[in-house]
Design a protein around this ligand. Structure first.
Ligand SMILES: NC(=O)c1ccc[n+]([C@@H]2O[C@H](COP(=O)([O-])OP(=O)(O)OC[C@H]3O[C@@H](n4cnc5c(N)ncnc54)[C@H](OP(=O)(O)O)[C@@H]3O)[C@@H](O)[C@H]2O)c1
Length: 320
């Protein structure tokens, strides 16, 4: 392994940004440990990387499961002869879309358990070896939605705001150990993220927001045309891995800066007007007669109680 080659673990590497990043970092010569819940997807990834001659190992890791995290720590010690990680990339995450006041506790918990508590538990598990070695890097995949809030993404955006704040604090506190903490802030990227986000939106058909949500769903399908390839995020992460001192934030693609710039310059009342337009929120699209109506249950959808509490062992089984 060359001096610039790092031992990198990435969570949520079975799809989207995580998968692309795992292959890209392995291509650059890093020893990648790609982790995820779906055994079949991990096997496919390992086979693809092997065929290309990359050094890529895979491990099962559900970031919401303490036993799964503990096993992964032991496995990493074995794979690295006790060295541990040079770089931890916390990428696993998802968002579900819906009117913020209509999303119930179990759904909020599910998002926080993965995006916030999962990220912190994985970090705590791998941190001691970095602290003992006085070196390492933690790269947290946040979102431009960790800096601005979109209509119907309130719960998801709040998890990313939490990631931003936790990462800022970790950056101050881990610097004395020689550990850098960087945030990756993707804009709209073409992955499974959007289909997961809109799945089960029918649950809100009986709420006052039904009309607005339906129009928003239509618009979000068209927005896919403007989405970027996940390679732009893989390259931003590669820059964060390679930098002598990592920057605090990497925004990608570059066009995403525009919306951050607008949100910082526009007066709140103008910004709010624009966000209401984006969410089709007006007196014509909300229906007060539906206030208090029971929410529909979507069988098998991400909002159904069984899916909300999928045990880690089930989640690990191949599911597609
Ligand atoms: N795509 C975008 O536009 C966008 C924009 C900003 C930020 N992001 C962030 O980028 C990250 C990656 O998302 P993506 O766009 O690549 O979406 P994706 O294609 O849906 O991939 C998400 C990955 O996270 C994994 N994951 C979810 N829950 C997990 C858990 N409990 N344990 C381990 N892995 C888990 C998924 O595995 P399963 O298949 O097993 O669920 C999958 O591998 C997320 O943190 C997301 O919030 C995405």
């Amino acid at each position: 392994m060359s001096n610039t080659s790092k031992i990198v673990l990435i969570t949520g590497a079975t799809a989207g940004i995580g998968r692309m990043t795992a292959l890209h970092l392995a291509k650059l010569g890093h020893h990648v440990i790609a982790t995820g819940r779906k055994v079949s997807e991990l096997a496919k990834l390992e086979e693809e990387a092997g065929g290309l001659g990359y050094k890529l190992d895979t491990l099962v890791l559900d970031v919401t499961s303490a036993p799964s995290i503990a096993t992964a720590v032991d496995e990493v010690a074995r794979l690295t002869n006790g060295h541990g990680l040079d770089v931890l990339i916390n990428n696993a995450g998802f968002g579900i879309l819906g009117p913020t006041s209509e999303i119930d506790d179990s759904e909020m918990h599910r998002q926080y358990e993965t995006n916030v508590f999962g990220l912190m538990n994985v970090t705590r598990a791998f941190l001691p070896r970095m602290q003992q070695r006085r070196g390492g890097r933690i790269i947290n995949v946040s979102s431009v939605g960790g800096r601005i809030t979109l209509p119907f993404f309130g719960v998801y955006n709040s998890t990313k705001y939490a990631v931003e704040s936790l990462s800022d604090a970790l950056r101050y506190e881990l610097r004395p150990f020689g550990i850098d903490v960087a945030l990756i802030e993707p804009g709209v990227i073409r992955t499974n993220f959007e289909s997961t986000a809109v799945s089960g939106l029918e649950a809100f058909a009986s709420t006052p927001y039904a009309g607005a949500v339906a129009k928003y769903e239509e618009m979000s399908k068209m927005a896919d045309r403007f989405a970027s390839n996940p390679i732009v995020i893989a390259k931003a992460i590669a820059r964060a891995v390679k930098a002598r001192r990592a920057s605090a934030r990497y925004v990608a693609p570059r066009s995403t800066y525009m919306i951050l710039w607008m949100s910082s310059l526009l007066p709140t009342f103008v910004w709010d007007w624009a966000m209401r337009k984006v969410g089709f929120l007006s007196t014509q699209t909300v229906d007060p007669s539906k206030v208090g109506a029971a929410r529909a249950t979507v069988p098998g959808g991400p909002r159904s109680p069984s899916a909300s509490h999928t045990p880690a062992t089930e989640a690990r089984a191949p599911s597609n």
